[in-house]
Design a protein around this ligand. Structure first.
Ligand code: ATP
Length: 237
């Protein structure tokens, strides 16, 4: 079943066309990677989907309902959560409080929000870290904390922006395992990532952007052998 449909989306900032006539779709429960060189328009596409910067033209559908032009809050209520490239944890709060902020939006009962937050901290392998100040956590821990907070909104679709950037191989592996567990809960994941060894083995599909346009869309095997993708992004290695 199609969960997300992006239809002919163009996003312009003055004279800059950050996304040009991009179309793709994502099925419920899929892991899809969105890759491409710096400045290709990946984060802009996330901003269009999650309501942070509406498309200039084109439409976005979630579960068959048009969500084009929705605010971030409306997108969240419709079932879209996201993490940001620079993890926006509330650094003066504990890890548990960070996740409770998300959980409160889904359930105003303090006890329920606390219970949900504790479960999600364990889910992202931060079960013993609830009372730590978010500011004292490693980058890897903060990224997983941001994932837990986004999951607290009970999304159907989670947008993850570079959750593996700057992590060591052990941390990448740990993050990949969390992504697989998210998929196993039936939540679809759209992932902007430059760490290809993290995303390629687990993605059902890869979409490649270059200069704002989609240049490839297919299985990781097909996309990584596509001459256009090799020329624009992957290189001969
Ligand atoms: P990276 O991999 O470096 O994060 P990206 O693929 O996510 O890059 P975007 O951040 O979406 O690329 O940027 C696409 C283009 O749109 C770039 O040329 C960027 O400078 C431009 N752009 C993005 N946001 C804005 C904005 N708010 N105002 C003007 N130009 C913008």
């Amino acid at each position: 079943m199609t969960l997300l449909r992006v239809e002919n989306v163009t996003k312009r900032f003055g004279g800059i066309t950050a996304n040009e006539d991009v179309s793709f779709s994502l099925e419920a429960g899929q892991i899809v990677g969105l890759i491409g060189p710096n400045g290709a328009g990946k984060t802009t596409m996330f901003n269009c989907i999650a309501g942070y910067a509406p498309p200039t033209t084109g439409q976005i559908w979630l579960d068959g309902a048009k969500i084009t032009g929705f605010t971030p809050e409306q997108c969240a209520r419709a079932g879209i959560s996201r993490t940001f490239q620079v993890a926006r944890t509330f650094t003066s709060m504990t890890a548990l409080e960070n996740v409770m902020v998300g959980a409160f939006l889904a359930d105003r009962n303090v006890g329920n929000a606390r219970h949900a937050a504790l479960e999600l901290l364990a889910f992202v392998n931060l079960g013993r870290h609830g009372e730590r100040a978010a500011a004292s956590m490693t980058i890897s821990e903060q990224r997983r904390l941001a994932v837990a907070r986004a999951l607290a909104l009970q999304p159907k679709l989670l947008l993850m922006d570079e959750v593996m950037a700057g992590l060591n191989p052990t941390e990448v592996k740990e993050t990949v395992e969390v992504v697989l567990k998210i998929r196993d809960r039936g939540i679809a994941c759209l992932i902007v990532e430059h760490v290809l060894e993290g995303i390629m083995p687990i993605a059902d599909a890869i979409i490649v952007l270059d200069f704002g346009k989609k240049i490839a869309d297919g299985t990781p095997a097909v996309v990584s052998n596509d001459p256009k993708v090799i020329a624009a992004y992957l290189g001969e290695e």
